[in-house]
Design a protein around this ligand. Sequence first.
Ligand code: SF4
Ligand code: SF4
Length: 465
Amino acid sequence: MKSKNIFELDPERLATTDEQGNRIYLYPEDVKGKWKDRRSLLYWLLIVIYLVLPWFNINGRPAFLVDLAHREFTFLGGTLHGVLPVLFFLIVASGLFFIGFLTSLLGRVWCGWACPQTVFIQAMFMKIEVLFEGKARQRRELDKAPWSLSKGLRRAGKWLAFAVISLHIAHTLVGYFVGPRELFRITLQAPGDNWTLFVTTMVITAIFLLDFGWFREQFCIIACPYGRMQSVMMDENSLVVAYDVKRGEPRRDPGVIERSAEGDCINCYNCVKVCPTGIDIRRGTQLECIACTQCIDACDDIMTKVGKPTGLIRYSSENELIGKPRKVATVRSGIYVAISLTFVSLFLVFLNASTNLNLVFLRSKVPFTLIDEGRTVVNHFTLKLSHQGSKTYNIDLVVNDPDIAAVTNSHPTIVNVPDKKIVLFLKFPITELESGSRVVQVSAVDSETRAILATKEVTIVGPVR
Ligand code: SF4
Ligand code: SF4
């Protein structure tokens, strides 16, 4: 027989799907409690860091900038130049395995406490929704109500506020890639002056708007790859938000006022009503649980009211729930942390293995000119310098033939590598060339240590005599 209680979930299908497979929209109730307070504090800290970081300068550089065009990564005043894809891969892979390590220890702590999806929805979008449309019951009734002026105004106000916030979040995200000054300059210009960036920002805004405003828990349940993989990373020692079956069952039957002797669960469904993914945690750890702890606060509140100890739903491991000790250091977590550290080590080895200084000589349209009444030949180049790492080199350019002088536009021969592009002249007596061209070696030498950082072969040309 079909239950009349809308919070009694069908065990055969997702809480957010009806019998026809259509989405059931959720109206999670708000909750108060110590876990909510802790999460709110962290959410706002993360939001402030996210919104402020790209606008903040340290040593004249943005606090955080990913400059894809120049392959530069700036963080808290330090810049890595010429970041190669392999370095990027190593650091991302290390981060992923570190999240795997955290998951094996602390379950989906990322999802509930730090994922932008949860942070923005819980701290901003849900607050706005409650402001315009009221608490859970009012929101549910408003959805069912026919369209009216009041409903239209509430909806319009909510989506307008969502759009403004989404625009701001999207612009901040773009700021991480173009830098604050550039972003500010572009924002003041007409869209037609920067079509690519304008369209990119609008697409990102639309994605945030639809995801945070409407798609919400569906992303966590069906789209997030981490959500799909988390069960592989966890075991019976991982910390999860769990219902204490031994203590809670048998629960009171719905509608029965007088309490029978057994379990502590009074079947109030408050843990279900507050769940942002609509699940009943009393059915055990589920893929849809994002470990947001809303149900812990909801149940603790009820337990306090009925004079029972709190913690019927709490952070625990499967082992602890059946009375076994929880192992913190497990083989699984050890493997994850070892792989993560290996990737970090490889990253550092690649970074420091060499100067990774790269020289590219681009010949000018006019390859050479004759001076000193034709006695001296000057070859013209643009020299592009790039390197990985954060060090700035002062280099001298030295040719393996002492009769050929290397002259640059930054200093006779000294350049700062971050300058990246310099004008270079190779100057030599015309007698150096017999057949119109010759290959010479040009080395970049550290001006302090005199160590050779890189050497390239260059063809010098002149008139055929
Ligand atoms: S079951 Fe509890 S911790 Fe898990 S998503 Fe629902 S409310 Fe959050
Ligand atoms: S909130 Fe606690 S008491 Fe109420 S149904 Fe959930 S587990 Fe049972």
